[in-house]
Design a protein around this ligand. Sequence first.
Ligand code: PLP
Length: 422
Amino acid sequence: MSIGTKCVQGGYMPGNGEPREVPIYQSTTFKYASSADMGKLFDLEAEGYFYSRLQNPTCDIVAKKICELEGGTAAMLTGSGQAANFYAVFNIASCGDHVVSSSSIYGGTYNLFAVTMKRMGIDFTFVSPDCTTEELEAAFRPNTKAVFGETIANPALTVLDIEKFAAAAHKHGVPLIVDNTFATPVNCRPFEWGADIVTHSTTKYMDGHGSAVGGAIVDGGRFDWNAHKDKFPGLTTPDESYHGVTYTERFGLGGAFITKATAQLMRDFGSVQSPQSAYYLNLGLESLHVRMKRHCENGLAVAKFLQTCDKVAWVQYPGLEGDKYYEIAKKYMPHGTCGVVSFGVKGGREAAERFMGRLKIAAIETHVADARTCCLHPASATHRQMNDEELRAAGVTPDLVRFSCGLEDAEDLIADIRQALE
Ligand SMILES: *Cc1c(COP(=O)(O)O)cnc(C)c1O
């Protein structure tokens, strides 16, 4: 099946007389005939459901669809994108370990890594997404356990050279984790370029309608944990907290990562996505391929218009010819990038805020990648905890407006921007 068909039909194939639409299993628990049956589930010897903190049929159906879209071997839903990125990294890095991350990432992820996970004893080295291979290599340490980056960074719109980062990660025996939120699997499938784990904030384009916060983790199934056994004891040696199971032995390279993240991290941290949210997410996924096309068309039209405005200092959009990331975006995302355009209003921070206050169609929201056009001033919102130097490293200037083109008609969005600028 090609990507659009997977969006519509992936993950769920009802049998004779079963519901055509994905059912919402709004149940915390599941019934068994004997304690022995239940025991097998706890020992991970039989597949089945017992408690929705660990697994739920609705969530599993939707995770399976996202897994198919990314071309992975296993996937899980999480309660948010933050939980997805936390689990993806914490599943293989513990106190005393180190991770190499692109500096150009979502503000919440930066805070998670640089502040909260640092408090847990995990060190992060941030490198520019544009760094040379030598600079990237220099960031690794003997205790490095993963490399992290975003396909298209929120909000800086830098594009990750996935092949370059994957090659460096693999040379050092660690996986590359890619947050593919902005591109979505419709426009880029990082596994095809060497990434090992993909994460999503499904809150964005996948849901697409501002209905439900959620996240997902997908395993590409190709990283050989056993070839680097000493680095990943959590996957390759018995888990005493889970009946002595060795995840790589029992679930193979395709299933070990997600099973461990579910059995350990979801068990202990419990950042579940609700079945109701997963249902909304599935509705969004059914039209993802249709919507992404329109988001990209609107993004390009708005970026081209902004380029002609003398009150606009600069425009960044990876789909725009002449953009710093145009060529690399064409390589990884030949059919389009996303609907988010970043630009600076002449006059800096104050002018940016004044401009945003005059917009009539585009709403000021701490949101992005929605059916309705929205915009945000990151320096005073999502990134306000950063100092100027950290802001620059994250590709965020004080005048940056993040403008997320929705599904409206491009001429209306352009007219709205024109009147606000005037
Ligand atoms: C929004 C976002 C996140 C965080 O996701 P939540 O669902 O808000 O927790 C992570 N990564 C990227 C790229 C995002 O845009």
